[in-house]
Design a protein around this ligand. Structure first.
Ligand code: PGA
Length: 257
């Protein structure tokens, strides 16, 4: 069974000195048999690239332009991220969908730009609390996924990482329950199986208030291939403990249904 993936999403946090301490602590103690990445703010890509080089921790970014280059002041293109050896790029995080008005179609085009540049998009999807309470989880996830399929071919869909992040669980300290998470991950897996040959090899992550204390249970769910970690990725000991939980969950060798 393939190893789990743990992706840290620093969001708009960080400072040169603190980054050095955090990344050095991660490099010194990252466990093996788990894939780990950190997605840092753009200005720290060079610093993080230097500190992570030669380590097993991959570098990632939190956003990208849908355009390759041109007169887009303030934007950053996928090839620029590639120049810093980024392996992952988060696209469609709910904060960008909500705060920056990114539509499903924009998110799909950004995912295409990331793939075109040879990196792996970590595409975030998830419902709001109102949508969950209205019984719309499945339709919301399908709509967000279908938008990807209208831009990406089957092989490209098979190259994504999909992160299920219920909006109400992000940064709230209120993680979804194991049952809610598996239900949603199972929907995503089912959607992939209808379209992608290697659907079981596509990594589906859970994100939303994951802590070391909850990571083991969440990552052991049948369709969980790891996590996207916000707040807890800023504290070395906590993030490392989450990485260890992911490693231990891969070894438990659960078979997908
Ligand atoms: P959180 O954030 O772990 O702080 O809830 C997750 C995310 O936004 O990716």
């Amino acid at each position: 069974m393939s190893s789990k993936l743990v992706v840290g999403n620093w969001k708009m946090h960080g400072a040169a000195q603190a980054n050095q301490a955090l990344l050095s602590a991660l490099v010194a103690a990252v466990p093996d048999r788990v894939d780990v990445a950190v997605c840092v703010p753009y200005p720290y890509l060079a610093q993080a690239h230097g500190l992570l080089s030669g380590s097993p921790i991959a570098l990632g970014a939190q956003n990208v332009s849908e355009y390759a280059q041109g007169a887009y002041t303030g934007e950053v293109g996928a090839a620029m991220l590639r120049d810093f050896d980024c392996r992952y790029v988060i696209v469609g995080h709910s904060e960008r969908r909500t705060l920056c008005g990114e539509s499903d179609a924009t998110v799909a085009r950004k995912a295409a730009a990331v793939l075109h540049a040879g990196m792996v998009p970590v595409v975030c999807i998830g419902e709001t609390l109102a949508q969950r309470e209205a019984g719309q989880v499945e339709s919301v996830l399908n709509q967000q996924l279908d938008a990807l399929a209208s831009v990406l071919g089957a092989d490209q869909l098979g190259a994504l990482v999909v992160a299920y992040e219920p909006v109400w669980a992000i940064g709230t300290g209120r993680s979804a329950t194991a049952r809610q998470v598996q239900e949603a991950l199972g929907l995503v897996r089912g959607w992939l199986r209808e379209r992608v040959r290697n659907a079981d090899a596509v990594r589906i992550l859970y994100g939303g208030s994951v802590k070391a204390a909850t990571a083991g249970e969440l990552f052991s769910l049948p369709d969980a291939d790891g996590g996207l970690i916000g707040g807890a990725s800023l504290v070395a000991a906590e993030f490392l403990a989450i990485c260890e939980a992911a490693r231990d969950a891969s070894q438990s060798g659960l078979i997908r249904e």
